[in-house]
Design a protein around this ligand. Structure first.
Ligand code: PLP
Length: 405
């Protein structure tokens, strides 16, 4: 067990009380809290650096542009992308996937083509593909999960064929915690000539990702789940793919020359960044990356793996509690239900004990259907959580069950 008191102290929101009790925040898979350095970076940008980027020749705008583009370099290094041209700033994972579906999907898919989508995907990695089905005559093929919430490579081998154009899969499930073998998935898909889109919304704050080592085609994540502000995220895509893809949105910044007769488009990555970007969000993202790099993925893994093991053991000991998602390889997300109580009732009761716990379908309704559940309770951990949070959760759950009985 690592003492993470100093890390926790960097997050001002966590020292506030709810209902006169210290807050226990366990909804990190939904969004993370922000360290002081991210809050300060955003405030400093607005207080002393605010100007539009890529437009002004005056000093303030040049400094804002330098800071903004500096973060693109940070993302490139975080992901080990080949060039900053492969780093597209978007609003979040959802927009990144929609960009790929609209631009790459509409320009390169034809009737009869298949997209394999895993059964554990967040709606944002299923619905954008469904939107193409009627228009393009393509087919979505479900890659099923087993009763423990795992995907099997043998099943993928059976689904891949010469019609498969894309495998859309999450690195880590927000509803089950399962971590998928994306390395092997990418190798298998490529052997069949298919591309792979990895949804790294959950994994990005927990483990290192090397897009060149993975040879992944598309990868998306959201800043707000990795200690950065909301409204900013990243689409990584291989330069060769981005060069071929048409623009997603039209407007300022994404053009080279415009007339009523003909418009030409800007070079990468700007071709995909129409309009004034979320500059403050990008600055905050840069600060969040610095925070993660300062703490280090080794420390993050030690803290979160300890919490996963400790919480799994403690929760499993509560009578009537059933964990949903028992993959061999899991991140610090635990979904669970009680046979005797509805998740929403439990979450509402433990809110009285200042425990912020999610009760929901977690935007993964196909997972709920698979387990024949309307919803689950979900405890998801960040680098600032500790065993005390788990103890408080378990005590509150036992009290809530007593009350409902
Ligand atoms: C696995 C996964 N993918 C995608 C998303 C969508 O992220 P956002 O709403 O930030 O675009 C989420 C959010 O919960 C997620 O957990």
């Amino acid at each position: 067990m690592i003492d993470n008191q100093a890390i926790r102290a960097e997050f001002p929101l966590l020292s506030q009380t709810e209902k006169d009790l210290p807050l226990v925040y366990l909804d990190n898979a939904s969004t993370s809290q922000k360290p002081q350095q991210v809050i300060d970076a955003v405030a400093k940008y607005y207080a002393s650096e605010n100007a539009n980027v890529h437009r002004g020749v005056y000093g303030l705008s040049e400094r804002a542009t330098e800071a903004f583009e500096g973060v693109r370099g940070q993302v490139q290094r975080l992901l080990n992308a080949n060039t900053t041209k492969e780093v597209i700033f978007v609003r979040g994972a959802t927009e990144g996937i929609n960009l790929v579906a609209s631009s790459w999907g509409r320009s390169s898919l034809k009737p009869g083509d298949q997209i394999i989508v895993s059964e554990m995907e967040h709606h944002s990695n299923l619905v954008p593909w469904q939107l193409l089905v009627a228009d393009l005559g393509i087919e979505i093929v479900k890659w099923p999960i087993d009763a423990r919430g795992q995907l099997h490579l043998e099943d993928l081998a059976g689904l891949l064929n010469d019609k498969t154009r894309l495998v859309a899969v999450t690195h880590m499930s927000n509803a089950l915690g399962s971590i998928n073998p994306i390395n092997e998935i990418i190798t298998m898909a490529h052997q069949q000539g298919a591309k792979v889109l990895v949804d790294a919304a959950q994994s990005i704050s927990h483990m290192p990702i090397d897009v060149q080592a993975l040879d992944v085609d598309f990868l998306v994540f959201s800043g707000h789940k990795m200690y950065a502000p909301t409204g900013i995220g990243v689409l990584y895509a291989k330069q060769a793919l981005l060069e071929q893809m048409p623009p997603y949105m039209g407007g300022g910044d994404m053009i080279y020359q415009v007339s009523f007769e003909a418009t030409t488009f800007n070079e990468l990555p700007y071709k995909f960044e129409a309009g004034t970007p979320n500059i403050a969000g990008v600055i905050g993202l840069g600060s969040a990356i610095s925070f993660i790099e300062r703490v280090g993925f080794d420390t993050i893994a030690k803290i979160e793996n300890d919490l996963l093991d400790y919480a799994t053991a403690r929760l499993s000991a509560i009578p009537g509690l059933r964990i949903i998602g028992e993959a061999d390889h899991k991140g610090a997300v635990i979904s669970f239900v009680f046979d005797q109580a509805h998740p929403h009732d439990i979450a509402t009761l433990i809110d009285q004990d200042a425990i912020a716990l999610r009760a929901s379908h977690h935007c993964a309704m196909p997972v709920m259907l698979k387990f024949n559940l309307p919803a689950t309770l979900r405890a998801s951990f960040g680098v600032y959580n500790n065993r005390d949070d788990v103890d408080r959760l378990c005590a509150a759950l036992v009290d809530a069950l007593d009350m409902l009985a």
